[in-house]
Design a protein around this ligand. Structure first.
Ligand code: ZN
Ligand code: ZN
Length: 115
C-alpha cells in the first residue's frame, strides 16, 4: 500500500475579523491564508484558464468583497479542499500541498523566500 504521508488539515477556522483562514494540520502546524490571496490562487479552469486560454483572474484587476469572502471549506477526497466563496464559486480544488506551500505564517514565509 502506498502511504500518502503529506500532513492533512484536521480543522479550520474562518477568521472573519482579519479575513483569513486558519488551518490546523496533522503535524500540528497552523497555516494562515488571507482570503483574498486564496481567491486569487484559485486553480479551477474558470479562474486560472485552461488549454492555453486565459482564465477569469487574468482579466481582472480586482475582486469584489463577495468573491473574496470565504464561507466554508469542503473536503475533496483525501488530498484537497474546496473553498466555498460568498459569490457561490466553489470549483477550485486546493491540494494539501498547495495549501501548505501558500501558508502565510511567519515561519513559512521565512522558509520560502518569494520574489
Ligand atoms: Zn475558480
Ligand atoms: Zn506556516
Amino acid at each position: 500500500m502506498t502511504q500518502y504521508d503529506h500532513p492533512s488539515p484536521t480543522s479550520f477556522l474562518l477568521d472573519e475579523e482579519n479575513r483569513q483562514l486558519i488551518l490546523s494540520w496533522s503535524d500540528e502546524h497552523e497555516s494562515i491564508h488571507g482570503w483574498e490571496n486564496l481567491r486569487w490562487a484559485c486553480p479551477c479552469a474558470h479562474c486560472a484558464g485552461e488549454g492555453g486560454l486565459p482564465g477569469m483572474l487574468q482579466k481582472r484587476q480586482s475582486l469584489s468583497e463577495e468573491e473574496t469572502t470565504l464561507v466554508n471549506l469542503e473536503p475533496v477526497g483525501r488530498y484537497g479542499l474546496t473553498p466555498v466563496w460568498e459569490d457561490g464559486h466553489r470549483t477550485g480544488i486546493y491540494t494539501y500541498e498547495k495549501l501548505r506551500a501558500m501558508c502565510e505564517c511567519d515561519e513559512c514565509r521565512r522558509k520560502v523566500p518569494k520574489r
